[in-house]
Design a protein around this ligand. Structure first.
Ligand SMILES: Nc1ncnc2c1ncn2[C@@H]1O[C@H](COP(=O)(O)OP(=O)(O)O)[C@@H](O)[C@H]1O
Ligand SMILES: O=c1ccn([C@@H]2O[C@H](COP(=O)(O)O)[C@@H](O)[C@H]2O)c(=O)[nH]1
Length: 201
């Protein structure tokens, strides 16, 4: 099994890179684990209280469960991946049955903050895009797909996303084996990653 960690700031293009890698691999040889699915359960809070959570701090992530699940996959076990709603800011009741595959991709802004998770990754990739580019993408995506308004996204960016990115996300670039510059679509980098995966497999 080959475990690939893909980190990078919000809007850097992690999900896009994952999809580009998936395009070239047979569906039954790869599974994807999203760090977003592992935001801590907050059923006990009201919606208003949940909107105040700092989702860009490592404490917001249930790293114990995430690490256990990746370890279980490594052992060949099936896991029940939680499913998260960005609209309610909470996990939903459903889970996603996820089978171990030859290639396991773990993606998320904070994954390299966990030493155990870093150690589980055979290849660590950091997707880089400049802050202004990420902000533009985030504004568009959160309005179109996550039910936010522009004021809410910009306020969150200033108060939380930017400082958390500087404190917790950007420094983890140092752990990366490969850094993908993604201000533009970078087909050369994707080809290189695919070649590395093929060689390792
Ligand atoms: N290289 C790129 N150039 C332009 N837009 C991009 C690029 N990569 C991703 N995007 C767009 O930016 C938005 C955020 O990308 P996404 O892959 O969801 O980022 P992340 O998972 O890192 O938050 C999406 O709308 C996506 O289509
Ligand atoms: O309920 C939530 C939980 C998280 N977020 C934001 O999502 C991003 C991480 O997702 P990416 O796909 O990597 O952008 C993070 O910056 C959180 O602020 C949210 O908006 N609501």
């Amino acid at each position: 099994m080959l475990i690939i960690g893909i980190a990078g700031g919000t809007g850097s293009g992690k999900t896009t890179v994952v999809n580009q890698i998936l395009n070239e691999l047979p569906a039954d040889e790869v599974c994807v684990i999203s760090q977003d699915s592992y935001y801590k359960e907050t059923h006990h809070l009201t919606y208003q209280e949940r909107t105040k959570i700092n989702f860009d701090h490592p404490k917001a992530i249930d790293f114990d469960l995430l690490v256990n699940h990746i370890s279980d996959l490594r052992k060949g076990e099936i896991i029940e991946q939680p499913v998260y709603s960005f609209v309610t800011h909470d996990r939903v009741k459903d889970t996603l049955i996820t089978h171990p595959r030859k290639v396991v991709i773990v993606e998320g802004i904070l994954i390299f903050n966990s030493r155990e998770l870093r150690d589980l990754c055979d290849i660590k990739i950091f997707v880089h895009a400049d802050a202004d580019e990420r902000l533009i993408r985030r504004v568009r995506r959160d309005i179109e797909e996550r039910g936010r308004d522009v004021n809410e996204v910009l306020t969150r960016y200033q108060n939380t996303l930017k400082p958390m990115h500087q404190q917790f996300i950007e420094p983890t670039k140092n752990y990366a084996d490969i850094i993908i510059p993604n201000d533009r679509y970078n087909t050369v980098a994707i080809d290189i990653v695919r070649t590395v995966i093929s060689q390792k497999l």
